[in-house]
Design a protein around this ligand. Structure first.
Ligand SMILES: CC(=O)SCCNC(=O)CCNC(=O)[C@H](O)C(C)(C)COP(=O)(O)OP(=O)(O)OC[C@H]1O[C@@H](n2cnc3c(N)ncnc32)[C@H](O)[C@@H]1OP(=O)(O)O
Ligand SMILES: CC(C)C(=O)C(=O)O
Length: 559
């Protein structure tokens, strides 16, 4: 079936919330919410191959290491694996980590769920019941009153099995009017008021009302309006913790969670990298690092994001998208020339000025803060410019190429990238550079410098005698000039007939003081026809410059 010419015959716009006095648009996010990871429940239930116990254990331990204090570990009534894993979590959770478990409003399943957390230090029983007209009519065939009565009955059941009889565990209770985002707001408040009265929370022990966008159906500002309405209309607000559980059907779950917090929410439920039903739950990594880049601590530690990715990918058996915010393999990489140029200048500026605050073109977060390396930032393909290759050569070979050499080498890189039709790895790029300028390539050199001696006359003129191997045959050459380089190129012109007019000379040291070398970069006009750069590396700076000239000769010969 093709898309409809007039979709209004099939789809209706989501009605806006009438909240003319809304306050949230002028609020800011300035602190971390309470976080709940539901990776092991909502995330797990959406997987084609749910996690094994071993995978759940590894995942759970990683969540604890990251700093989650509330973890929904299972739907214990669903399977023996979920039940058994709940037992593991209860027995192994650190004392400050609360274990949360989920059950529908069914008596047998609630009993099994509470049984699974027996002996916990801290536990949250979470029950849910869909409240929207659509679900009540289509799935349950229940009136509003019947739904309310069922929710109250189940809340009382949980109470009678937990806080009323067992004071060894620190009990919390969470109720989700499932499909909240599509539920009439007055009814959401009404059913939660009834549940609250049944549970009897206190300021010290608030009840958690989780207000899910079970399916994301509207723009995130509408969700924020719904949250603000609930937050301002529920009674005894100080005895209530408002939790959000946004799904990502329209791709706006992160925005919904952020606006929802501005509208009054205290707690966020989601999954790492946005795993979860359909398009996923809200991505907790993005939310946490969004806060971090505003200067607020998220209370979650992603210093070693690669190890988190490793656990998530192995357990879910779903790769993290290469463009996933913060964690994607490509998000701290630049291929395009203008991005590379700006990033390279940004790093340089930061180093020179020793800037305190992070302000770098194209990079909202210092990759080092999440354990990613600068080396990986700039990668080279046919969209890259001179700055990208120069960066890779600098980071890998410690050669700080002069601008003219960058321009010359970038043509070589461009040619190779177009031939390959793919990205060039750092290793390939370094090999390309060494090959182009004859560094550590004895088998490829037509000209080799064997030995030389220099003498000075009282008039200041220098004479150099040197031996070259040309195609493995020794050739003795002599040249005069007012400096070592000019004597050397004069000798070459006189005996080989190659005219090299030196235009620029650059040098810098390479390596640590004790065994440092000199690198020289020389560019010459060759026979008055074209420009060619050479690179020489040696312990002795004079010999390094001769090697630059030899590098040019080898380049000419190959050309
Ligand atoms: C939005 C969410 O993510 S909610 C969490 C969803 N997670 C899961 O479903 C994973 C685990 N689920 C399971 O293992 C199973 O579905 C079980 C054990 C809960 C139930 O299995 P079954 O008894 O075979 O029921 P089944 O899955 O076919 O259907 C759901 C039934 O529960 C009812 N139901 C659905 N949600 C709820 C609820 N919140 N409270 C009470 N009953 C509910 C449905 O109306 C349906 O009842 P019916 O059979 O009388 O029509
Ligand atoms: C159980 C509830 C919270 C849920 O997963 C949802 O509504 O998406």
């Amino acid at each position: 079936m093709p898309m409809l010419k007039d979709p209004s015959t099939k789809y209706k716009p989501f009605p806006p919330v009438n909240l003319p006095n809304r306050q949230w648009p002028s609020k800011c996010l300035e602190k971390a919410p309470r976080w709940l990871s539901t990776d092991l429940r909502d995330g797990n239930q959406s997987l084609p191959d749910p996690m094994s116990i071993a995978e759940k254990k590894t995942y759970f331990n990683k969540l604890v290491e990251i700093g989650f204090k509330e973890i929904e570990v299972a739907f214990p009534a669903a399977s023996q694996i979920d039940f058994d894993f709940t037992r593991y979590a209860i027995e192994n959770a650190p004392p400050d980590v609360s274990i949360q478990v989920l059950s529908p409003c069914r008596e047998d399943l609630i009993k099994r769920t509470v049984e699974a957390v027996k002996g916990a230090k801290r536990a949250t029983i979470h029950i849910y019941l869909a409240t929207s007209d659509c679900f009540r009519n289509v799935v349950f065939n229940m009136t509003k009153q019947q739904s309310l009565e069922l929710a109250v009955k189940c809340t009382k059941l949980v109470r009678s099995l937990t806080k009323d009889v067992d004071s060894n565990t620190d009990w919390d209770f969470e109720f989700s009017p499932e499909t909240f985002s599509d539920t009439d707001l007055e009814f959401s408040v009404e059913i939660c008021e009834a549940v609250k009265a049944a549970w009897e929370p206190s300021e010290a022990k608030p009840i958690i009302f989780n207000l899910p966008a079970t399916v994301e159906m509207a723009t995130p500002n509408v969700y924020a309006d719904q949250i603000e309405y609930f937050s301002t209309n529920i009674s005894h607000r100080d005895q209530v913790c408002i939790s959000l559980h946004p799904h990502n059907d329209r791709g706006c779950a992160v925005a919904a969670a952020e606006l929802g917090q501005m509208a009054g929410a205290d707690r966020i439920e989601g999954c790492l990298f946005g795993n979860g039903e359909r398009t996923g739950n809200v991505d907790l990594v993005t939310l946490a690092l969004n806060l971090y880049t505003q200067g607020y601590t998220p209370n979650l530690d992603f210093s070693d994001i690669n190890s988190v990715i490793d656990v998530v990918e192995k357990s879910n058996k779903i790769p993290i998208h290469a463009r996933a915010p913060y964690g994607g393999s490509l998000v701290v990489c630049a291929f395009s020339g203008s991005h590379q140029d700006a990033i390279k200048k940004g790093f340089n500026n930061r180093q020179v000025k020793n800037e305190q605050f992070w302000k770098l073109p194209y990079l909202p977060l210092d990759p080092e803060d999440i354990g990613r390396t600068y080396e990986a930032i700039i990668r080279v393909n046919s969209q890259s410019g001179k700055g990208g290759s120069a960066w890779v050569i600098l980071r890998n070979l410690e050669l700080d190429l002069p601008r003219g050499l960058q321009v010359e080498f970038s043509k070589v890189v461009q040619n190779q990238a177009e031939i390959k039709g793919q990205e060039l790895s750092n290793q390939e790029l370094c090999n390309l550079f060494k090959n182009e300028y004859f560094i550590d390539t004895p088998d490829k050199e037509y000209y080799k410098l064997v030995d030389y001696s220099i003498s000075n006359s009282s008039s200041g003129e220098r004479t150099i005698n040197f031996q070259l191997l040309i195609d493995n045959k020794p050739v003795e050459i002599s040249g005069k000039g007012n400096g070592a380089i000019s004597s050397f190129v004069n000798g070459i012109k006189n005996s080989l007939g190659i005219s090299l007019d030196v235009r620029h000379y650059h040098e810098h040291s390479l390596g640590k003081a004790s065994d440092s070398k000199a690198v020289t970069y020389i560019d010459t006009e060759v026979n008055g026809e074209y420009i060619r750069w050479g690179v020489g590396i040696h312990e002795d700076v004079t010999q390094a410059s001769f090697l630059s000239i030899i590098s040019i000769l080898n380049g000419i010969r190959r050309k």
